[in-house]
Design a protein around this ligand. Structure first.
Ligand SMILES: Nc1nc2c(ncn2[C@@H]2O[C@H](COP(=O)(O)OP(=O)(O)O)[C@@H](O)[C@H]2O)c(=O)[nH]1
Ligand SMILES: [Mg+2]
Length: 677
């Protein structure tokens, strides 16, 4: 069992293809965990253990590993780097004190790397930049270092440099001489030392006074410099040939923060804030950041970071706001797909629990004394959707269960059911995302589905005030039914509180107050299914102002029907209109594609909001565009940029649909209704 101060948690982040998984494999090999170097190329990687990952050669889940180096326990989390699999990556970042940002020397700084660097910075984490693939052809390392300092800040300093033959690296922390084609070693050393010293006023004074600063002194403030962000060391590797990997491990074990060095973790319950230090004898608090189901046995695993306290097989674990606890039975360490049982997990460690079915990503596990949730970075909202139809009718139930499991593994893969069409819809970050998830559904769970474009989530609203009336009267056989309602509707502020409040303006008892809930129910029956095109209604106010009742025949059902009828009547008279979802889109492409992209966005009713030049001759274009125009954007962008473009989308607001489009939508709804009946 490790001591908290001997633990180092590192999360590998960076764009897909930069070499994170290869680096993790060489870490396993260098530390003797594996006796043969695993490779993503020949599909022997320990980290990419799902069949889909091996086949597509990108990670779709975070992989959790651990190694021992120089007396330290290093927990290493390898994250996926493709924009479509950002969910598991972002969820994994807060597990660690240090983010190791991997950049490919040949591809430069890519979009996911920038995004993930931001996430790590917002979490106040220490960062180490690894420039990988130093063996690649046609690379310009001095230029890349300039780009890194331009984008990530001038605190980025080389902690080592490649030797002329690229077969080793030269240390620049303790050592100040040597020969590197990238930069002068002695000035790299001075630059780095000055950034370290910046974190300590006293040391700074001595240094400025001309005093010699010992390596021990530097080592003692290094962690502080990392945590305060006065230094982000840059190191170099060739993961495939294991160059620079031992040196990276040395740097991590010697110079990066342990869980006890980092700032306390914050738990928020509204205004109430609890801060927890990494203390094994403190109150228990842990956060779930990874959930997986073994493809073969379907056993559930949840991997957690213990923030405070200790967990052993018999610890009573309370999940979120539950009152009853569960006992884990076994406490394990994950090594990729494998697990190994341990006695207990201490504060700061990362452990895996099996068969605790309740656990979800983001959950907090505690001893019953904690309320609230950990403050963690937000996860992108999935905007790309497909409607599913089971290939075999009898599979419906099993498909639901399997999709639920897949969505537990990836917080950006969500399952919804369309209220109107009853369509099962899967939502993800892009078409690759959904394709790979559905591939998992077919390979792991042997379930096949057909897909089609889902309906765009339009909304209905009104643009004028109006009054509505309905009399419900039934006099067949036994007891009759009677209820009559008059009401008013008017437009409300756009995008305000979606819950509808029904105002009661009935005076003089023309409708007894006891029927108010029934009328409100009738009105709400209409809210979900809409009136003109079958979409939910929003931005509307309603007040009931008159009606009639009958001392014997007035019943709940009668007033519910009357409320519904009067509301439909009013909406039809209130100039109903359709609203469409507008999304924020950020498209990053090579600069030469800029004209094509802005032109295309304009033809899609998009409005460009701004643009930003990026190093490496790339440009990011920000625009607002109707969702209905960009449901196929993935493949369009690929064809324009030859695969070099990427984009992200997030919902922004609702806007009225242009008249001609509205007409089409209403017509197709009317037609569909006619076919159904
Ligand atoms: N030349 C070279 N290729 C590398 C290096 N590291 C990884 N690769 C290759 O880059 C590709 C992507 O690597 P991978 O580890 O899957 O990247 P990840 O998506 O960041 O996990 C694979 O084909 C690797 O063999 C390296 O240091 N040099
Ligand atoms: Mg990978």
């Amino acid at each position: 069992m490790a001591d908290t101060k001997d633990i180092r948690n590192i999360v590998l982040i960076g764009h897909g293809g930069s070499g994170k998984t290869s680096l993790a494999e060489s870490i396993l090999h260098k530390t003797g965990v594996t006796n043969r170097l695993g490779s993503v190329d020949d599909k022997t990687s320990i980290c990419d253990y799902y069949d889909e990952e091996k086949e597509h050669q990108h990670s779709t889940q975070s992989a959790v590993l651990y190694v021992k180096h120089n007396g330290k326990l290093l927990n290493v989390i390898d994250t996926p780097g493709y924009p479509d699999f950002m969910g598991p990556s972002i969820a994994s970042v807060p597990t660690s004190e240090t983010a190791v940002v991997v950049i490919s020397a040949s591809a430069g700084i890519e979009t996911v790397t920038r995004k993930m660097f931001e996430v790590a910075s917002k979490n106040n984490m220490a960062k180490v930049i690894v420039v990988n693939k130093i063996d690649a052809e046609n690379i310009d390392l001095p230029e890349l270092i300039k780009d890194i300092r331009k984008i990530f800040g001038v605190q980025c300093r080389c902690a080592n440099l490649p030797a002329p033959d690229n077969a080793s690296v030269i240390d620049c922390i303790e050592n100040d001489s040597g020969d590197s084609p990238v930069m002068d070693v002695s000035s790299a050393h001075t630059d780095l030392i000055e950034s370290v010293i910046e974190a300590d006023d006293e040391l700074m004074e001595k240094y400025l006074g001309g005093e010699e600063i010992s390596n021990e002194k530097i080592a003692s403030v290094f962690v502080k410099a990392l945590l305060e962000g006065t230094l982000t060391p840059i190191v170099f590797t060739d993961a495939r040939n294991e160059v620079g990997v031992s040196e990276l491990l040395d740097l991590i074990s010697k110079y990066t923060p342990s869980p006890s060095d980092a700032a306390p973790k914050v738990i928020k319950d509204g205004e109430n804030v609890t801060e927890l230090k990494a203390d094994s004898s403190g109150p228990l608090a842990a956060r779930v950041f990874r959930v997986s189901f073994d493809p073969k046995t379907s056993m559930k695993y949840a991997t957690i970071r213990i923030v405070s306290g200790t967990i052993d097989s018999n610890t009573n674990l309370i999940i979120n706001e539950e009152t009853k606890g569960v006992r884990p039975g076994h406490v394990m360490k994950s090594q990729g797909e494998e697990t190994k049982e341990i006695d207990s997990g201490v504060a700061g460690d990362i452990i895996t629990l099996a068969k605790v079915e309740e656990l979800r990503i983001g959950d907090i596990i505690h001893d019953g004394n904690i309320k609230g949730i950990f403050e963690v970075p937000p996860i992108p909202e999935p905007m790309f959707s497909l409607a599913l139809e089971p290939a075999t009718r009898s599979d419906v139930q099993r498909i639901g269960v399997a999709l639920e499991k897949l969505s537990e593994e990836d917080p950006c893969f969500k399952i919804t059911r369309d209220q109107q069409t009853k369509e099962l819809v899967v939502n993800g970050l892009g078409d690759l995302h959904l394709r790979i998830m559905l591939e998992k559904l077919s390979k792991q769970y042997k379930l096949l589905v057909n897909t089609k474009q889902p309906k765009i989530p339009y909304r209905e609203t009104i643009t004028a005030k109006a009054e509505g009336h309905y009399r419900h009267k039934k006099q067949t056989g036994g007891a009759g039914q009677f209820g009559e309602v008059y009401l008013r509707v008017e437009p409300a502020e756009r995008g305000a509180d979606p819950s509808l409040e029904v105002k009661w303006d009935v005076f003089g008892g023309s409708i007894p107050r006891q029927f108010e809930p029934a009328i409100a129910k009738g009105i709400n029956d209409v809210m979900n299914g809409g009136v003109v095109a079958g979409f939910p209604i929003q931005d509307i106010k309603v007040s009931v102002y008159d009606g009639k009742h009958h001392p014997v025949d007035s019943k709940e059902v009668a007033f519910r029907a009357a409320g519904k009828g009067a509301f439909i009547d009013a909406i039809k008279k209130a100039k109903p209109a359709l609203l469409e979802p507008i999304v924020n889109i950020e498209v990053t492409v090579p600069s030469e594609n800029m004209g094509d992209i802005t032109g295309d966005l304009a033809s899609k009713r998009g409005r460009v909001q701004g643009q930003e030049m990026l190093p490496g001759n790339m440009i990011t274009i920000k625009a607002l565009v109707p969702l209905s125009e960009v449901t196929q954007y993935n493949s369009q962008l690929k064809s324009v940029t030859g695969g070099r473009g990427s984009y992200t989308m997030s919902p922004n607001h609702y806007e009225p649909v242009p008249g001609n489009v509205q007409q089409q939508i209403i017509e197709s709804h009317t037609k569909q209704k006619a076919e159904e009946s």
